[in-house]
Ligand binder design. Structure first.
Ligand code: PRX
Length: 653
């Protein structure tokens, strides 16, 4: 075992960090009875939380659960923009900062709640003029600029459904998502900044739209100006700033939405090649986002909260936009890379704005560790009072570094386990109540019930490991998969009927703490980004020279997992470095840069069982250079020898 592995094991076995008394004294949740009360009556617990929202028609019904379909608060009406912006525009809070934005080149803007509200109203007028109505889909393909938040909330205000596509996705990935959603409008930008370079979002959009028959209008935010000239398609494309200037300054009346109306869809990878449009409701989603901000993140009105996730992922939806704004806090939003222009960028931002809560991913923390403590050491970080992590299991060594070097041993760490599908944090500490164990996401939050099951669906005993399920419905759970309810049922509810199957494995310790072990399905978690093996495989076999491809996730020190591709070529095709480069690039063009395989191995045939199943476990062993597992079931043992040899040659290079 490596030194790091030994250190991690030691910490995991020996360390528990009690609740910090200074933190507890000021925390939003101090009474442990919250757990027992919520367990005894989860509906009453969630109804109380939902009443923290502003309703135009208060609900009288709490839960309708006909597995696997759920409705929460279903006779109530509300609007998500009212809850995130307008309710803070009355009284003194109207002039509190809602968004402190910093662009990568160093430009800065502060939007108070009132100013944000004015922009949202104008954008709501603009969408309406473009013909968007309640229930229509609007695709947003934007960098991390305030206009993205404004567009999301404007869509919500008129009752339209937004579908944000991460700016790192390729033109083809954007096209698939626009077509699946049937969007009529796409909002993009001339580009964005990333590590000093420009990202050509409008050019990608143009390429995507070659085959998007539903799109009628494109609105383009000017972010790059002279740095990124774009061509505008007359009659289809409009500049955001020109349209916005023409809009009336009148408030836009929020459209009352039923609690169960769809607020947004967000695509995520699954075990087939086609991404799933995860559908979230309005009231249930907002209840989860708002509650977890108050309880897990201990958010208060005077907090300055920095979630480093891109809004293109669910973490950004819930913890840059809907959660913190629904609690009236101040959000820091940063456009670019953490090492631009230098590796202290996050720490400079924290110092500059007096950030109180930082939420980031283990892969970032491991990168900061590699860069060294001198970068955070340059800045004052004593405004921080709470730290969070999400996206993948955090190794205890990274946890300790985060706690000591960033938190100066004064800040609790909330390791939050959740998914695009769950909408909000599900397993996470309450920082004023829960003792912390580095590497464990700890306990289900109040109102959520989780179990670890064996293959037959029986709960494992404490100390055991198995499949992680959620056993009761919760308000922010996905409602379905856009356009494919059968897939919704099959993916989440058929493995253990009546229970939500997460796709994760977990270990459950003697204290009832959950330790997430990672995906048990064909999904790879690269730097906290979810990528389906099938998506990458189909991109590889797209190349006419490839006969067959298999893709696995192997361990990676910084990224958590990296993608290894195994390819067999058609008769007469020779492997070459050029072919490797072309295949990797094709994956980037088809999906996006985050899906680029780290390496590609060539093989005459993929290792298969006699029944024809690809032996992925074996491929993983090869890619990780491990002693090979049981190969007795292998149809052609020679295949493995050749792959192993390639691995060893690669290592020797
Ligand atoms: O495997 C789990 C991992 O990320 C998956 C969900 O990915 P996604 O839907 O993209 O959402 C990521 C951000 C919420 C999960 O199935 N995961 C997420 N958080 C953690 C985690 N694994 C371990 N610990 C976590 N805190």
């Amino acid at each position: 075992m490596s030194d790091q592995g030994q250190f991690d094991t030691l910490l995991r076995e020996t360390r528990t960090f009690p609740v910090l008394p200074q933190f507890k004294a000021q925390s939003n949740v101090r009474d442990p009875a919250v757990y027992t009360q919520a367990e005894r009556d989860p509906e009453a617990f969630w109804a109380e939380q939902a009443r923290e929202l502003t309703w135009s028609t208060p609900f009288t019904q709490v839960l309708d659960w006909t597995p696997p379909h759920v409705r929460w608060f279903y006779d109530g009406e509300l609007n998500a923009a009212t809850n995130t912006v307008d309710r803070w525009r009355v009284g003194p809070s109207k002039n509190r900062a809602a968004i402190i934005w910093e662009g990568e080149p160093g430009d800065r803007t502060v939007l108070t709640y009132d100013l944000l509200g004015r922009e949202v109203d104008r954008a709501a007028h603009m969408l309406t003029r473009l013909g968007v109505k309640a229930g229509d889909r609007v695709t947003l393909y934007l960098p991390m600029v305030p206009e993205l938040v404004i567009a999301m909330l404007a869509a919500a205000k008129i009752g339209a459904i937004h579908s944000v596509v991460f700016g790192g996705f390729s033109a083809q990935a954007l096209r698939d998502r626009i077509n699946d959603a049937g969007s009529e409008v796409v909002i993009t930008a001339d580009g964005g900044w990333r590590r000093g370079k420009t990202v050509p979002l409008k050019a990608n959009t143009d390429e995507a739209l070659i085959a998007c028959p539903t799109i009628k209008a494109v609105v383009v935010v000017r972010r790059l100006g002279d740095h990124g000239p774009v061509s505008m398609n007359h009659g289809r494309d409009w500049w955001w700033h020109e349209l916005m200037e023409q809009m009336p300054a009148d408030p836009f009346p929020a459209v009352a939405r039923n609690a169960e109306d769809v607020l947004f869809t967000l695509y995520t990878s699954g075990t087939t090649g086609k991404p799933k449009g995860i559908v979230h409701s309005t009231a249930g989603y907002l209840t989860g986002a708002n509650t977890s901000c108050r309880t897990v993140f201990d958010l208060k009105l005077d907090d300055v909260y920095f979630c480093t996730a891109d809004i293109g992922w669910v973490t950004g939806h819930t913890y840059v936009v809907y959660g913190p704004l629904s609690t009236g806090a101040t959000v820091i939003m940063y456009e670019g890379a953490p090492d631009w222009p230098d590796r202290d960028r996050y720490w400079k931002i924290i110092e500059r704005y007096g950030c109180t809560i930082l939420y980031t991913a283990p892969t970032s923390i491991r990168t900061f560790m590699k860069w060294g403590p001198e970068y955070p050491g340059r800045c004052r970080l004593d405004s921080l009072r709470l730290l969070g992590t999400v996206g993948e299991p955090i190794n205890p060594e990274a946890w300790m570094w985060y706690s000591e070097v960033i938190g100066h041993s004064r800040c609790p760490i909330v390791d939050t386990w959740w998914q695009t599908e769950t909408g909000a944090a599900m397993i996470a500490p309450l920082p004023g109540l829960t003792a912390l164990k580095p590497g464990s996401a700890s306990l289900p939050v109040p109102g959520v019930s989780a179990q670890v099951l064996d293959g037959q669906g029986r709960p494992v005993d404490p100390g055991g490991a198995g499949y992680l399920v959620l056993t009761k419905p919760w308000p922010s759970m996905l409602r379905t998969i856009w356009g494919d309810d059968k897939r919704y049922q099959d993916t989440y509810w058929s493995r253990f009927p009546g229970k939500y199957f997460t796709g994760d494995g977990a270990h459950w310790d003697e204290d009832g703490y959950f330790w997430i072990l990672g995906r048990v399905d064909d999904v790879i978690n690269v730097s906290g980004h979810r990528i389906g093996t099938m998506e990458v495989e189909s991109a590889l076999v797209d190349d006419h020279r490839v006969a067959e491809a298999a893709v696995i996730g192997r361990q990676h020190d910084v990224k958590g997992q990296a993608i290894s591709g195994f390819v067999s070529l058609k008769e007469g095709v020779e492997s070459s470095p050029e072919l490797v480069a072309a295949l990797k690039q094709h994956v980037v063009d088809t999906i996006g840069a985050m899906a680029r395989p780290e390496e590609i191995f060539f093989t005459a045939e993929l290792p298969k069982t006699r029944s024809g199943k690809i032996m992925r476990r074996l491929l993983r062993d090869i890619a990780e250079g491990q002693a090979l597992g049981d190969t007795t079931t292998l149809a052609d043992p020679q295949v493995v020898e050749s792959l192993k040899q390639q691995y060893e040659e690669r290592e020797a290079d």
